[in-house]
Ligand binder design. Structure first.
Ligand code: 5GP
Length: 176
């Protein structure tokens, strides 16, 4: 696919993404062998990763979704998020994998982990498509990750800029 004009460079191609997700699916299936997992995805960005990942997982999976409103860019309340659509089902006693599109400062995941851990799952772990480690403000336990990325704003494969570019099949850095 020809990159959009606003794209500076492609970080990961469709083929690289597919291959890495396949590896990660195998890793997850082996880690939870003999069990069933519930994948919890945060709308909207992570659904592209979620659907690809579930096809690469060979153990039984369930899925549920939540949505958050982030006020992370507000200086008054950095990293404050609110659940705007909650899960449909209880996670009590379940092995939960929180599936994220990108972890940046870590504040969103920390909040979600804290909230979900309070609902008595059997276990809870984090799986992220992209990990922007240079920007981390709080430590969060990332058990599974596809790719580490530098401190640049990226779009594609679910990640947006003003709701656009989610449908790009690759991950790219935007022009400044
Ligand atoms: P946090 O800073 O709490 O770890 O991440 C908050 C959110 O910022 C992410 O879930 C994502 O929506 C957004 N975000 C952070 N970095 C990027 C990026 O490079 N591209 C896009 N599209 N969103 C980002």
């Amino acid at each position: 696919m020809i990159p959009a004009p606003e794209i500076e460079k492609i970080l990961f191609t469709e083929e690289q993404i597919q291959a890495r997700i396949q590896e990660l699916g195998t890793e997850i299936s082996e880690s939870y062998a003999g069990r069933e997992i519930k994948l919890i995805s945060v709308l909207k960005g992570s659904i592209f990763f979620l659907t690809a990942l579930t096809r690469a997982i060979s153990i039984p999976v369930k899925m549920d979704f939540l949505a958050i409103s982030s006020f992370g860019s507000s200086r008054a309340a950095p990293g404050v998020v609110r659940i705007s659509k909650d899960l449909d089902e209880s996670i009590e006693g379940e092995d939960v994998l929180l599936v994220e599109d990108i972890i940046d400062t870590g504040l969103t995941v920390r909040y979600l982990l804290h909230t979900l851990a309070g609902r008595q799952p059997n276990s809870i772990a984090v799986c992220t498509f992209l990990d922007k480690t240079p920007r981390r403000l709080v430590q969060v336990p990332v058990r599974f990750r596809c790719f580490e990325i530098p401190d640049r704003f990226v779009v594609g494969f679910g990640l947006d800029h003003n709701q656009l570019y989610r449908n790009l099949p690759y991950v790219a850095v935007m022009k400044p």
